[in-house]
Each structure stands twice: as structure tokens, then as C-alpha cells.
Design a protein around this ligand. Structure first.
Ligand code: FES
Length: 239
């Protein structure tokens, strides 16, 4: 009779490692399957993952946050999120402040313009007394600095107030006594004593200011220059 090995211990004996070989420790629980891919021979039961391998996947899926369905009738999400809402509110707030500032500036500007003192009598921009009628001999041209103009006394006794600003580009035009002309120093435009153009480039006569004579006093109203196309007798004021 031959002796048979006992059948109650199916575990084969572990081969002994040579001295110095690296020891690989298993991370699985004692008694569990060895780590690493399972045998994948088709058709065998070993190809299916074991319950232990499936367990971590089940645990991960159980940790996923649950999506809470939106309540019925809730506004759809515009994709902005809370940050976008704050940005939108900040923008609207800043726009409101800007509009308020512009409105305040406009109101302030109007109030300031209203409160500005107007040119009073004797100042340019208002009525300026040029002098007594007899101060202007007929056929004379007299500068009135306060009115920024020249008072021309015509040979027939009438008055013109000629604005000293050139109608070309606005240079101050002096009167040349010797020549009996207004001569612009900028581009040499020339005007006669009524302001009519004698030589361009000035495109039109010198502007006038309205003249009134009250109680023997010549008053030049400098509030608004009067443009004209040419000299006409109706522009002359008489005492
Ligand atoms: S500005 Fe007087 S001629 Fe040009």
C-alpha cells in the first residue's frame, strides 16, 4: 500500500525566496484575493469581478452629491451664477451713480451760469458809454477800448461802431490814421472807415455794434456783434 498525501490541506507550500530578493507585501485583507488583475479567461467565473473589487466602486458612487431637482416653476438658470449676479448688481449700481453725477453736473452748470454776473454797464458784453456826441468830430474814427470797437463819425454826422475783430480769423484790427484804413496785421486785409472790405482775405465787412444816442451821449451796445454783407446807410445811427 502506497501512502497518499493528506487532502485536507489544499494550500501548496510557498516557494522559499532567495536571499536578498525584494519582499512584496500584499495590501489586501488577510485571506482575500491577491492584488492585481484578475484572470480574464473568457467563459470562466474568474473573469467577473469579485464582490470585493466592486465594493470600492459602490462606495464612491454613494459619496456623489445628490442633485436636488429644481422646484416646479423656478426661473431657469441663466448661467450667471451668484458671481454673475453680484457683478450685474455692481454694474447697475455704478451706472446709477454715473448717471446721478452727470445729472448733478448739468444742474450745477445751469445754476452756475444763471448765477454768473452779467456784463454790466461800461463793460464789454454790455452797453458802453463812448462819450458825448461832440467828442466825435465829423469824419473821424475814434477807438473806444472798453467797447473793443471804433466809433466812426460820418461826414453827415451819423455814427457807426465798428468791431475791431477781423472777420477773416479774428485778429484785432487797428486803424491806420495816416492811410485812413483798418489794416489787419495778420493777413493784411484792409477795410475803409465804415468797415467795408477793400482788400481780402476777409470775407465780409467788419461787424458792427448797435449805437444809440441818449441825452447827447453815444452808447455802444456790445452784447451782440452784428454781421453784415456790406455797408448800407441804414446801419448809421443819428443823434
Ligand atoms: S485775420 Fe485779418 S486778414 Fe486774416
Amino acid at each position: 500500500m502506497s501512502e497518499h498525501p493528506p487532502t485536507s490541506d489544499p494550500t501548496p507550500p510557498r516557494p522559499s525566496l532567495p536571499p536578498g530578493a525584494p519582499v512584496v507585501r500584499s495590501t489586501s485583507a488577510p485571506g482575500g484575493p491577491a492584488p492585481g488583475p484578475a484572470p480574464t479567461s473568457p467563459g470562466s467565473d474568474d473573469a467577473a469581478p469579485s464582490a470585493r473589487e466592486r465594493a470600492p466602486r459602490t462606495e464612491r458612487s454613494s459619496r456623489r452629491p445628490h442633485r436636488v431637482p429644481a422646484p416646479v416653476g423656478a426661473a431657469p438658470d441663466d448661467g450667471g451664477g451668484e458671481g454673475a449676479g453680484v457683478t450685474r448688481r455692481s454694474f447697475l449700481k455704478a451706472a446709477g451713480y454715473a448717471l446721478g453725477a452727470v445729472a448733478a453736473l448739468e444742474v450745477g452748470g445751469v445754476a452756475l451760469a444763471y448765477l454768473q454776473p452779467r456784463a454790466g454797464a461800461g463793460q464789454f458784453g454790455g452797453p458802453v458809454e463812448a462819450g458825448a456826441v461832440d467828442d466825435f468830430p465829423p469824419g473821424s474814427v475814434t477807438q473806444v477800448a472798453a467797447a473793443r470797437s471804433y466809433v466812426t463819425r460820418m461826414d453827415d454826422g451819423g455814427f457807426l461802431a465798428v468791431y475791431q475783430r477781423c472777420t477773416h480769423l479774428g485778429c484785432t484790427v487797428p486803424y491806420d490814421e495816416a492811410a485812413g484804413l483798418f489794416v489787419c496785421p495778420c493777413h493784411n486785409s484792409q477795410f475803409d472807415d465804415t468797415g467795408e472790405v477793400l482788400s481780402p482775405p476777409a470775407p465780409r465787412p467788419l461787424d458792427l455794434f448797435a449805437v444809440s444816442i441818449t441825452d447827447g451821449v453815444v452808447v455802444v451796445d456790445t452784447s451782440a456783434p452784428i454781421a453784415r454783407g456790406s455797408f448800407t446807410p441804414d446801419q448809421v445811427a443819428y443823434p
